[in-house]
Design a protein around this ligand. Structure first.
Ligand SMILES: [Fe+2]
Length: 363
């Protein structure tokens, strides 16, 4: 073939290819070969970015919304979602998880409703609110972790003359992306204004190692309404004491940790959300690790820092940060450092996408 013929045949190919792509577009088709890198990267390349929200900023903003925005039917909750700057303006802290600060003023009631999405509360400070879950009033106090599994009616009421704030965690983004959400209004008020120290669920289930014979059927979500701080604190304290005695107890040197579990199965509290509590000894730095799936941490007590990718962030009580998929993170404890953590690990594990890499590991 002469070179001029080759050139004209190439030109003809270009024209034909352009036409092919135009015809693809007209038929709502997209070729894989122009986007392989985006669709199948060599490792996760999250659009979500690592980010820190300071409690000293969050709380006053929640307080201002308490002055200006009523809580009631329609809006349902005075909850302010933490929006990951990489996720295009939606109030998603990660592609699967929602985190919000919720604020309830003196004597206020947040009406009852239920939804398919799984939810929990974690209390970093304050007390005086009861959340009523399927008619069972559950006290909320500092350090408590409370469950509202999917399709359980729930409302909150503040019995005191002072406001209270806490964080909510839900699987809203996962539910939204997969169109699995249902929602139903319940009572305009909560159905039970009693203020017991312990919920009926705790009275039945919270006796270490003891399972009621009336509850031998396993349940998808934990039947426990609240995991109390005194038990979490004691478990972590004992792990560090055992470590000092030379006994195997901690997850790594100077790092005590527990997972909140469903007592009927021994696995995660809800199908989509894992929750843990970590205590790092003063002066300890955890090895860098990265994991498939996203995590959110809230500092409960103490001072320290987190290395997120290339950036070191100083942290103090109440600060919240997100670790997107496959971003390397490491904690540094300036004082004894207590952190609550939740993640989408149950989804990743069940679907067999879970991977973890700790510094020094070879994948
Ligand atoms: Fe809700």
């Amino acid at each position: 073939m002469q070179s001029s013929e080759r050139a004209s045949s190439n030109e003809q190919d270009d024209v034909d290819l352009k036409q092919l792509y135009a015809d693809f577009e007209a038929q709502n088709l997209m070729p894989l070969w122009t986007q392989t890198n985006d669709l199948m990267p060599f490792h996760p390349r999250p659009m979500a970015v690592p980010h820190v929200w300071k409690w000293s900023t969050l709380y006053p903003l929640a307080q201002r919304s308490g002055d200006l925005v009523p809580v009631g039917r329609g809006g349902e909750r005075r909850a302010i979602g933490l929006a990951n700057p990489g996720l295009g303006g939606r109030a998603y802290i990660s592609p699967t998880l929602w985190a919000a600060i919720q604020y309830l003023g003196p004597k206020e009631t947040a009406p009852e409703h239920r939804h398919a999405q799984n939810a929990f509360r974690f209390v970093v400070e304050g007390e005086g609110v009861w959340t009523v879950v399927n008619g069972d009033p559950v006290r909320m106090s500092r350090g408590d972790f409370l469950l509202t599994p999917g399709w359980h009616f729930h409302g909150h009421h503040n019995e005191t003359d002072h406001p209270m704030a806490w964080i909510d965690g839900l699987d809203i983004p996962f539910s939204y992306q997969n169109d699995v959400g249902f929602f139903e209004f319940g009572s305009e008020r909560v159905t039970d204004y009693a203020t017991p120290a312990f919920s009926r669920s705790e009275r039945l289930w919270c006796h270490p190692g003891l399972r009621p014979l009336s509850g031998l059927q396993d349940t998808v979500s934990s039947p426990i309404g609240a995991y109390r701080w005194e038990f979490t604190d004691r478990a972590l304290t004992e792990q560090l004491l055992l470590e000092e005695e030379g006994q195997p107890a901690t997850v790594e040197q100077g790092h005590a940790a527990i997972r909140y579990v469903n007592p009927t199965t021994g696995s995660d509290v809800m199908a989509t959300i894992r929750a843990e509590f970590h205590r790092i000894r003063e002066g300890v730095q955890t090895p860098g690790r990265r994991e498939v799936g996203s995590s959110v941490f809230q500092v409960f007590d103490g001072r320290g820092a987190v290395q997120l990718g290339d950036t070191l962030h100083k942290l103090e009580k109440g600060d919240i940060f997100v670790v997107p998929s496959w971003i390397r993170w490491s904690l540094q404890a300036e004082t004894q450092f207590d952190l609550f953590r939740f993640s989408d690990a149950p989804i990743m594990e069940r679907l067999n996408f879970a991977r973890t890499q700790v510094d020094g590991d070879v994948l």
